[in-house]
Design a protein around this ligand. Sequence first.
Ligand code: FAD
Ligand code: EGU
Length: 471
Amino acid sequence: MERSTSRQSRKKVVAVVGGGLVGALNACFFAKRGFDVELFESREDIRRAKIVKGRSINLALSHRGRQALKYVGLEEKIVAKGIPMHARMIHSLNGKQSPIPYGRKGQYILSVDRANLNKELLTAAETYPNTKMNFDHKLQDWNAETGLMTFARLDGSKEQVKADLIVGCDGAFSAVRKQFLRRSRFDYSQTYIPHGYMELTMLPINGEFAMKPNYLHIWPRNTFMMIALPNLDKTFTCTLFMPFEDFEKITTGDEVIEFFQKYFPDTIPLIGADTLQRDYFRLPAQAMVSVKCNPYHIGDACVLMGDAAHAVVPFYGQGMNAGFEDCIVFDEIMDQFNEDFSAVLPEYTRVRVPDDHAIADLAMYNYIEMRAHVNSKWFLFRKYVDNILYFFMPKTIIPLYTMVTFTRTRYHEAVKRWHWQNKVINRGLLLSAVGAVLGGSYLLIKNPPDINKLIVSAEKMWDRLVALRTL
Ligand code: FAD
Ligand code: EGU
């Protein structure tokens, strides 16, 4: 027997805290590497739960998220249950609908069901013999020196577990992150935006989707905005974004209808006045928070991923996608550093923090921009310009959303490139303007217009104006 390798061959125990989207996916990544994986989730097993409560019913899955699923062999299965959205459908106040493609043919995002995705990921994690799932385990506290975690059970009992590595995937209000906050030189910021969101269901009409299914429907109304994604059961989930203070102003069913009549009139017959009123008062509006921190690790003992490391506002459709990409980035660094946690963890922080901060900033920037001056006309105009420039100069001017949504260009690189492109576009515009003035002047000098003709026409103009006045 070879004893010399025995230390290495004891596979380390990795505790994944949080069995949400990122935690369940991460369990697959670590299990695939052969670690002994223990997943701890505070809720009961959602595959057995009768009612699944939680945030947002469906999500936009794009390239980064798909790549991560591919790593653990789940891409096809999830894509098969997703609904492709090839374009946005912009709804104007007058009811006009205008599609704007996301890209070329074959470039689309997918509307996926959060609960189904979470279930599939949990089932996939469970199929590895080296994973153990622990539901009804709420992390209460853990010790950064010893790696000892304390979990609370629903029956009031406590359980203590030790692991070689703790992976915090416990969402925006992470309990794992609490230990980071007590340490020196840990940067942390959290910002609640003034908007809340509320989900409304648009049921099928005559057994069919109430609107065209293969689109991300958008009603851009500056401070108010609504977005609808299709579901497999032919319903749409409409998410209304609005400042909390405006949510609070609407207190009666009549006021709901009045509000929709004013801003989203085309949706009233589609959702139905009754459903609209019922859904509106079913749950209070939910808050949205942006969280940034640095570093993502403590020594060789603990690392944060997903919303626990970076909650972003949902105005780029990237929260889950970024969290899934975290898993790929970590996995690649595990290869580079031979699974040596003391080297992998600092490298992960070094590589990933700038990118996660970049997408957090972008999402917040887009929130501010949409709120400030994005109505349907402006949205259409901006996206047309993006797409036209991309069409004529596909190598030079790549729209930001394209880099973010359809490539794995590092988020911070995408932002840098975007700034550079904007400079090029502005120079181009400036050059055209200067060119027009110079060219115009040259033509005027070469072919000077007959001054008399100009004066005569000026006189004619005056006569017309006077005529107008005396009408
Ligand atoms: P979570 O999904 O929050 O999961 C955390 C898990 O940890 C939960 O299961 C929770 O029960 C568990 N947990 C919490 N505390 C403990 C504890 N103490 N002990 C044990 N377990 C614990 N992203 C996209 O990519 N595309 C979109 O279109 C999109 N749309 C969105 C729309 C809205 C309105 C919102 C709010 C978000 C949207 N997102 C979107 C973001 C996406 O929802 C999140 O980024 C994603 O859910 C993060 O996954 P996570 O696993 O890190 O965290
Ligand atoms: C918000 C809430 C359109 C799901 C950003 C686009 C979103 C999603 C956009 C939600 C918008 C906004 C992009 C995608 C996506 C657009 C994107 C936003 C999915 C810049 C379930 N956003 N979202 N940008 O380009 O890149 O179509 O709740 F209205 S998908 Cl806010 Cl691509």
